[in-house]
Design a protein around this ligand. Structure first.
Ligand code: DGL
Length: 278
């Protein structure tokens, strides 16, 4: 017998458009699912705010998506995960998947050199991240690289061009690249500018993000919990009609347009509607 819960959408949230980089990976491996995406653009960026405030905002976002009716929540934001994942898990009756800078895959590559982690200042200060570094420090030298202000540039939709190039060349000028083997993108916004980061880092440095790993984790959990949406549709039909409802707390129309564009860049065309929400 069909489980009616399996027909519910997957909820995804971020402070803004960064979580779209995660959503795109999830859609690619779970094309039969429906989604609701909440971007808390009214309060973005999270990464330079006090942890208590980010925790409260993240809990509110989770409560909001939960009130719509979802079968699983993806916290597509490293900063919100670091600040609030335990509290969110406690309050949700469905599975909750968070983000974590992909330090483990970087360590497992066993390259010769330091691992640089680009993330928001709050992620790098979080207990979760510092526990992660402590766990792997006997295997690799892990160096945090805080990137204040970078989320704001990406959030404006400036994912190419001079402003990003200048920012990245300034931040990489503080690093001795000779010693670095890999860069971990510990913020979902930074995945949207991965090519620019690769250019700034240089050919020798491997750039790693955790989005595919997160998408696989979502699929595994839904499968184990028997929550996959099993309706069969032609693949060609699916790729034309990924169903996403966007909820945006600020500048909804423009942010939705950017989200759709970013998905389209990944070959995903979505049927969508958007609503403002506070
Ligand atoms: N995408 C969020 C992250 O992964 C950005 C946080 C922010 O708004 O500063 O950390």
């Amino acid at each position: 017998m069909d489980n009616p819960v399996a027909k519910l959408p997957i909820g995804v949230f971020d402070s803004g458009i960064g979580g779209i980089s995660v959503l795109a990976e999830i859609i690619k491996i779970l094309p039969y699912e429906e989604f609701v995406y909440f971007a808390d653009t009214l309060h973005a960026p999270y990464g330079d705010k006090p942890e208590d405030l980010v925790r409260a905002l993240s809990i509110k976002a989770a409560e909001f998506l939960s009130s719509i009716g979802i079968k699983c929540l993806v916290v597509a934001c490293n900063t919100a995960t670091g600040a609030a994942i335990n509290e969110i898990r406690k309050m949700c009756a469905f599975p909750v998947v968070g983000m974590e800078p992909a330090v483990k895959p970087a360590v497992e590559l066993a390259l010769n050199g330091k691992i640089l982690v680009m993330a928001t200042p709050l992620t790098l200060k979080s207990k979760k991240f510092n526990d992660l570094i402590r766990h792997y420090k006997h295997r690799s030298e892990i160096v945090p690289l805080p990137c204040p202000g970078l989320v704001e540039i990406v959030e404006k939709g400036h994912i190419h061009g001079q402003e990003i190039e200048d920012y990245l060349s300034r931040i990489f000028s503080t690093v001795d690249k000779e010693d670095v083997s890999s860069v971990v993108l510990g913020c979902t916004h930074f995945v949207l500018i991965k090519e620019e980061i690769k250019k700034a880092a240089g050919k020798e440095i491997v750039v790693i993000d955790g989005n595919y790993g997160t998408a696989k984790q979502v699929r595994t959990i839904l499968k184990n919990e028997r929550l996959l949406n099993v309706i069969f549709r032609e693949r060609s039909e699916i790729s034309l009609k990924t169903n996403i409802r966007f909820f945006i707390s600020g500048n909804g129309k423009e942010v939705t347009r950017r989200c759709r564009q970013l998905l389209q860049n990944e070959g995903i065309i979505c049927e969508s509607e958007f609503s403002h929400c506070g």
